[in-house]
Every structure is written in C-alpha cells, then in structure tokens.
Design a protein around this ligand. Structure first.
Ligand SMILES: *Cc1c(COP(=O)(O)O)cnc(C)c1O
Length: 225
C-alpha cells in the first residue's frame, strides 16, 4: 500500500479505497480542493502534488487569489461552490470553469446572458436543498423540475446535481437520494461529499467530492460556510 504521508495522498488513497469497495473506477471521481480562506502558501503544496481542481465560495476572493496562481499552473480548473449573485454572473463566467450552485430561475437568465457574452458556457450543477433546510442554499425539491427545464431551455450545460446534507446527521440517505434524482433526470454528475463524508459519498455515486479541511487543516468558521 502507498504511504499516505501528505493530506493529499491520504485523501486520494481514501477515495481509491471507497471506489474499490463500491467497485467503481477511480477515474470517475474528481477531487476538488476547496481552498476558500486559504492563501497561496497553503495552496502551493497541493499544486506541487499535482492537484488541479480547486474551489472557492466567493467570487471576489477567487478574483484576488487565482489569476496569479493560474499563470504558473494554466491547467487549473476552478469551481464555484458558493451562492452566486446574478450581478456577478459575468465575472464568474470569466473566472471559473464550473459552477456548483445554480439554484434559481433568475440565475439561469443571468448565466445564459453571461455565457453568450463571454463565449464561455460553463458546466453547471443544480444545487438541491436536499433536506429543505430554510437557512441553506439550493433549490427546493418542488422547484427543481421547473428550474431544470428552464436551464435546459436556456442551453445551460447541466453537469449534474449538487447537495450539502444537514450537519450532524447521517448523510448517506441524502447522497443516495441525490444519486437517484440525478439518474431519474438523466444527469451524469453528482457533486457531493465533504471532508467528513466524502468516502460515503463516493460509495454512493459521487463524481465530484469537495474537500477543504481534510486537505488544508481546520478552518476558522466564516460567514457562508
Ligand atoms: C467549505 C465547503 C466545502 C468543504 O468543506 P470541508 O468540510 O472543509 O471539507 C465543500 N462544499 C461547500 C459548498 C463548501 O462551502
């Protein structure tokens, strides 16, 4: 067995292990390093380790941080995992490569316009408020079919579904439900699983796991977490 002597090697090994248990091809799972609140000094070791997918949850923070890092690493793929305001859609279209937080019809319109203007049609995950938590982002289950239809009508490339299950309860049923919902609507991608539960998510069909603290160490909580 490979010696997992860095957090990156450890997370990769655990993803491979979960894939083996679920008889999945590890090539189906993209590890996204969530680098919100982390500076270039913390990000650099991951870049050196070959990590290329990163995520931020604020447009402004990403704008300040990534252009310089990307100059040295043009293969970086940047994901947006936080709520996106319609008036920032165009900046986001230029800066990011994938959006995990399409959650309302208004954003469909703003993104469609921005994609046309920038010539960049980014793959988007529809974020589902999977447990109907009032304080959480994401589209209500009842509104999802309408949102998906609107996104498809506007030619937004739909990568799949994304969710953040409730804290402190067993996430597996929520992951299983997201997987089923994606399959029902013919969607490939399942963006699910964070530091505490990404192995479970991989066993239940995750194609994208969003891992922050397991790679970077614990983070001081900030608004928007
Ligand atoms: C911060 C964040 C993550 C990563 O969380 P960790 O628990 O640090 O792995 C994943 N997804 C979203 C949407 C986030 O905001």
């Amino acid at each position: 067995m490979e010696l997992a002597d860095t957090p990156l090697a450890d997370v990769r090994a655990r993803i491979a292990g979960a894939c083996a248990r679920a008889r999945r091809d590890p090539g189906e799972v993209t590890l996204i390093a969530v680098s919100k609140t982390r500076g270039p000094d913390a990000i650099q070791p991951l870049l050196d380790g070959g990590q290329r997918h990163f995520a931020e949850n604020r447009v402004q923070e990403a704008e300040a941080k990534w252009p310089a890092l990307r100059e040295a690493h043009p293969a970086v793929q940047l994901h947006l995992v936080g709520q996106l305001q319609s008036n920032k859609a165009e900046v986001a279209a230029r800066l990011f490569d994938c959006i995990h937080s399409l959650d309302r019809p208004r954003l469909v319109g703003a993104l469609a316009k921005s994609f046309a203007k920038t010539g960049r049609a980014l793959p988007c995950f529809v974020q589902i408020n999977i447990a109907g938590e009032p304080q959480k982002g994401g589209c209500a289950l009842s509104a999802f079919p309408g949102l998906l239809a609107a996104a498809r009508a506007a030619d937004i490339p739909i990568a799949g579904l994304m969710c953040v299950p409730p804290a402190d309860i067993e996430p597996a049923p929520f992951f299983a439900f997201l997987d089923k919902l994606a399959r029902h609507h013919g969607l490939e991608g399942r963006s699910m699983g964070m530091s505490g539960d990404y192995e479970t998510a991989v066993m239940l069909g995750a194609t994208h796991v969003r891992v922050g603290s397991a790679l970077f160490g614990s983070r001081h909580p900030t608004k928007g977490d």
